[in-house]
Write a protein that binds this ligand. Sequence first.
Ligand code: AMP
Length: 283
Amino acid sequence: MKIISDIQELRDHLRGQNRASFVPTMGNLHEGHLSLMRLARQHGDPVVASIFVNRLQFGPNEDFDSYPRTMQADIDKLEKEGVYILFAPTERDLYPQPQEYRVDPPQQLGDILEGEFRPGFFKGVCTVVLKLFSCVQPKVAVFGKKDYQQLMIIRQMAKQFALPVDIIPGETIRAEDGLALSSRNGYLSIEERAEAPELMKALKEVRERVIQLKDRNSHSISEIEKAAVASLAKRGWQPDYIAIRQQSDLAPASNEQLQAGEPLVILTAAKLGKTRLIDNLEI
Ligand code: AMP
């Protein structure tokens, strides 16, 4: 595997490749990331991964400085997966000048759910992803459904800018007890780690309640959401949201759409101690 930090050197190495498959990450790689590398291999060649902890997407009180950085272990894992190039730029490589041009996703997608609780987050994500796409120029790029809203926003960005990149979704990989793998799980204490699968259990309960709801209407939907938030809070969580939304655009489902059986997704973010976890479940 070639490890490259310089944009020009990356371009030199990829010259003539028009089927490259790309997996952007922030490192501290786990099975979830590695499953995306395998999916990438099915859709293109060579596979290019990136590791870059993107300052632009962190809020002032978030964990940019303490975000886990485990480069050597990550390199070993990527080599085993047959990744051809690891693009691991420094901040100076990727942002040689202050990044003043930004990609601002539309409010109705970028300022809801995660965007409401992490202002500017998706602006930072879109900006770095567009820049990484411009460096790698992949034919396909793979993103995890674990970050459901992110996947949707990147898809829309690619569509509206007519980027020549197919966005491929990867399923969420979980620990045996149901907890979605995440680099932030490492922040959890032993007690918190034992409690953490309750987030997925809450999503499953919500899904059961929505399925059982014969007379779906938006009023009863919001009651299910509120009850789920309350029961997590009772267990000591600080939930930001549990929201039942339409899969197509993450908007709240109207009565008509609910009755018509539109595909829905339940999205959640909640803090356990100091660690903020997110997850989602499709209905
Ligand atoms: P991150 O390093 O957290 O920015 O994530 C890089 C990519 O891995 C994103 O597309 C995530 O959605 C994806 N990802 C993170 N956790 C998982 C998981 N448990 N299963 C599948 N994909 C994941």
